[in-house]
Design a protein around this ligand. Structure first.
Ligand SMILES: Cc1cc2nc3c(=O)[nH]c(=O)nc-3n(C[C@H](O)[C@H](O)[C@H](O)COP(=O)(O)O)c2cc1C
Length: 180
């Protein structure tokens, strides 16, 4: 099955990019494409959209449309979802009524150095994705204290990976697209 993993961070040493790579590593039997460069997308602007869809947008829309499932790892900024990720979601929400995300099985996960693990951002993002019509998994998966939890040298890392593996198997078992 094809899975698109999106990191909502463009930072080189991003915890959320590390988390989305962990998703790919835990699903070797699936074809997981990892997207960590949302900065390549221009800010959404209806004038740009009317003129010509930029290649980076077209590429992300196509990857989304071709995927059986989308997994998004989101950071949390000021208690919500970072702008760079919301910009991508805005592009993906268009064209109105024919979004590549409509009815797309979608899982939102998060990571943060704080004890909250980015859970508020994930909840806000789930709500936006539901409005677009994505088939959003209610499963919650936040990685708090990410300095330890996503550092491969630590015992917490192995625990995070096992916890993620359990989540992915559970979601896969509930998703016809992944179960096959
Ligand atoms: C502008 C800004 C606001 C932030 N606000 C929050 C926040 O509300 N909650 C939180 O858990 N972390 C917050 N952080 C810390 C981020 O979780 C941290 O920078 C994290 O490493 C970002 O994710 P990344 O590693 O994937 O880039 C904030 C960071 C920045 C730069």
């Amino acid at each position: 099955m094809k899975i698109l993993g999106i990191s909502g961070s463009t930072r080189a040493d991003s915890f959320n990019s590390a988390l989305i790579r962990m998703v790919a590593a835990n699903l070797p039997e699936h074809n997981v494409e990892v997207e960590t460069n949302l900065a390549a997308l221009p800010f959404y602007n209806a004038d740009i959209e009317a003129r010509e869809i930029p290649d980076a947008v077209e590429n992300l829309r196509q990857l989304t449309a071709e995927s059986d499932m989308v997994v998004i790892a989101t950071p949390e900024y000021n208690g919500t979802t970072p702008g760079v990720l919301m910009n991508a979601v805005e592009w993906l929400s268009r064209p109105h009524r024919s979004s590549a995300l409509a009815m797309k099985p979608t899982l939102v996960i998060s990571a943060s150095p704080t004890p909250g693990g980015g859970g508020r951002s994930a909840a806000h993002l789930r709500s936006v994705l539901e409005r677009i019509g994505a088939d959003v998994s209610p499963a919650e998966f936040a990685v708090p204290r990410a300095y330890g939890a996503l550092n491969p040298e630590t015992a917490e890392y192995r625990e995070t990976s096992q916890r993620l593996d359990t989540l992915l198997r559970t979601v896969a078992a509930q998703s016809p697209a992944l179960a096959g």
